[in-house]
Design a protein. Structure first.
Length: 124
């Protein structure tokens, strides 16, 4: 089931979201100031391509990652998370869109506070 959901997700918009996150990571890397956030953007891109069957977990709870997350939240995280939240609400209106809405909610959480997170396969 995860494979089918991931394929449908990718076809109907996951490739757009993932590609935009890849481009954002490249833009962050070019600016040099954005280098600390580049790996997070690329991690979100991978998660955005194939979100089903994977979860985010805390990997680093240091003060440095907390500070980077606060800066990210103020400059970009809140509106990126808001975009995923609005998309999730629109998808949740239809029964077929509920699993995709859930994936957007996971992406909203990751877009809000990405530093110190790791994406792992869900055990089931």
């Amino acid at each position: 089931m995860r494979l089918i959901l991931n394929i449908l997700w990718f076809i109907f918009g996951g490739w757009i979201s993932g590609t935009l996150w890849l481009l954002a990571g490249a833009l962050l890397a070019i600016t040099v100031i954005g280098l600390p956030w580049t790996p997070a953007a690329w991690r979100i891109a991978g998660f955005s391509y194939w979100p089903f069957g994977r979860v985010m977990v805390d990997a680093d709870a240091s003060a440095a990652s907390g500070c980077l997350n606060v800066v990210w939240l103020v400059l970009a995280g809140w509106w990126l998370a808001l975009g995923h939240l609005v998309t999730a609400i629109l998808l949740a209106v239809t029964i077929i869109g509920i699993p995709f809405a859930w994936a957007h909610l996971k992406l909203a959480g990751l877009a809000l506070w990405p530093i110190g997170k790791e994406i792992v396969a869900r055990e089931s």
